[in-house]
Design a protein around this ligand. Structure first.
Ligand code: FAD
Length: 380
């Protein structure tokens, strides 16, 4: 096997999923993650249809994912007095199998940690391709040379920036931000969401402790600074009705805040020389409902193609690109922001209206399933 030593940047979903397969095929894997420990926050993510189920089965984790599933509960859309305006059925947002992002990340990490090297609290600072490998420097660790480098470091990928060019060339801000806040507060077992034009606040239920979406031009802040993110949220949700003032007090006390833009990645090639992109870094579309499935299927295909090609990255990356380019087309379009936080009262009413008609929901879910299964999975 050539190219046996592989560095993966990012230990969320795509990174550990790829590590799982690469180790199984006999590669030596190092994963570097910028955060000091595994990041466990986030909403529930979901799997839809036969393709996702097959990948989970082949990974040997379907039963464990099933044990951790949230159960896909209904969400209530309420008015300022807490009266129910519409019900979003659990299966609409929860797919066939819904699991908290943090639970999935932990499961993948625990499966792979004994067999590969995880380095937390560090980040790649330069990538220099040589004839036989990639010379990599880090913020903290000593420089090392790897055969291949994988950017599984999300929409704001560091590897993509270093190998392909600045984020502004590849990431489109779609006009909204979203935030997840892990709070000690108990908002109750029922998931409720409330809109005012350009703003959404949701609390309760098993999906996420507190979830927010708001319309905004691009913001300048440190994504690893919780204090700055709380201030942005406080400003964005000032003066909002319903339970929001009390929820904002809980946000202020919370330890874990995750605020990011709703963005979309557009890139012509997933690989450049010995560097390849996987998951959101290559085909991200925030809150589109497909990111986790795409990352898991992408990891399966990328590792499988590398194994099938005996480690030859030219052959493997070309075939990975061919297969994923088609499968990831769902991520090329769509913007969840205006659907979650419509801009006017009339648009909020129109969005709520959709949930009254089961046939419309069934149609939307059918389209989602079609995209999620639109790939012929090889057996590697
Ligand atoms: C904490 C968190 C919460 C999330 N919450 C949601 C959510 O609520 N809803 C949703 O739809 N999606 C959410 N996502 C994104 C979701 O996980 C992805 O859309 C999807 O699962 C594909 O995952 P990914 O591994 O490609 O990218 P991501 O999940 O974005 O993971 C990227 C990883 O790379 C790490 N990283 C970033 N920069 C560097 C660097 N310089 N060096 C090394 N590592 C780096 C990040 O810390 C992260 O662990 C969240 C991601 C994270 C990290």
């Amino acid at each position: 096997m050539s190219n046996a030593n592989i560095l993966i940047s990012g230990a969320s979903i795509a990174g550990p999923a790829l590590a799982h397969w690469l180790v199984r095929y006999g590669f030596n894997v190092t994963v570097v993650e910028k955060a000091p420990a595994l990041r466990l926050g986030g909403q529930a993510v979901d799997f839809k249809g036969e393709t996702h189920r097959t990948v989970l089965t082949r990974m040997g984790i379907l039963d464990e994912v099933r044990k951790l599933q949230t159960g896909g509960t209904d969400q209530l859309i309420v008015d300022a007095n807490g009266r129910t305006l519409a019900v979003i059925p659990g299966e609409f947002t929860g797919g066939d199998l819904e699991i908290k992002r943090g639970d999935l990340s932990r499961l993948l990490y625990e499966k792979t940690a004994p067999s590969c090297e995880y380095v937390f609290g560090d980040s790649i600072t330069s990538l220099t391709e040589t004839a036989g490998g990639v010379h990599v420097t880090f913020e903290r660790a000593a420089p090392r040379t790897f055969d291949l480098v994988v950017g599984a470091d999300g929409i704001h990928s560091n590897v993509r920036r270093l190998a392909f060019g600045p984020e502004s060339d590849y990431v489109r801000h779609l006009g909204h931000y979203y935030a997840l806040v892990d709070s000690e507060e108990d908002f109750g077992p029922v998931s409720m969401m409330y809109n005012e034009p350009g703003r959404l606040a949701a609390v309760g239920g098993p999906k996420a402790p507190a979830f927010f979406v708001f319309a905004s031009d691009r913001l300048d802040y440190d994504r690893y600074d919780a204090g700055q993110q709380k201030d942005i949220l406080a400003r964005a949700f000032a003066g909002m009705g319903w339970q929001v003032p009390a929820v904002m007090k809980a946000v202020h006390r919370a330890d874990d805040v995750y605020l990011d833009s709703i963005s979309q990645v557009r890139i012509d090639r997933y690989s450049k020389g010995r560097v390849v992109l996987l998951g959101d870094s290559a085909y991200g579309n925030t809150l589109g409902g497909f990111g986790t499935g795409l990352a898991m299927v992408g990891a399966y295909v990328l590792a499988g193609e590398l194994a099938a090609a005996g480690g030859d990255h030219h052959v493997a990356f070309a075939e990975y690109e061919r297969l994923l380019r088609g499968y990831a087309k769902i991520a090329k379009n769509g913007n969840a922001g205006p659907f979650l936080a419509p801009a006017t009262p009339a648009r909020i009413r129109m969005r709520n209206w959709i949930f009254k008609y089961r046939f419309l929901l069934a149609l939307m879910m059918k389209m989602g399933d079609k995209f999620a299964t639109d790939i012929d999975l090889k057996t590697y």
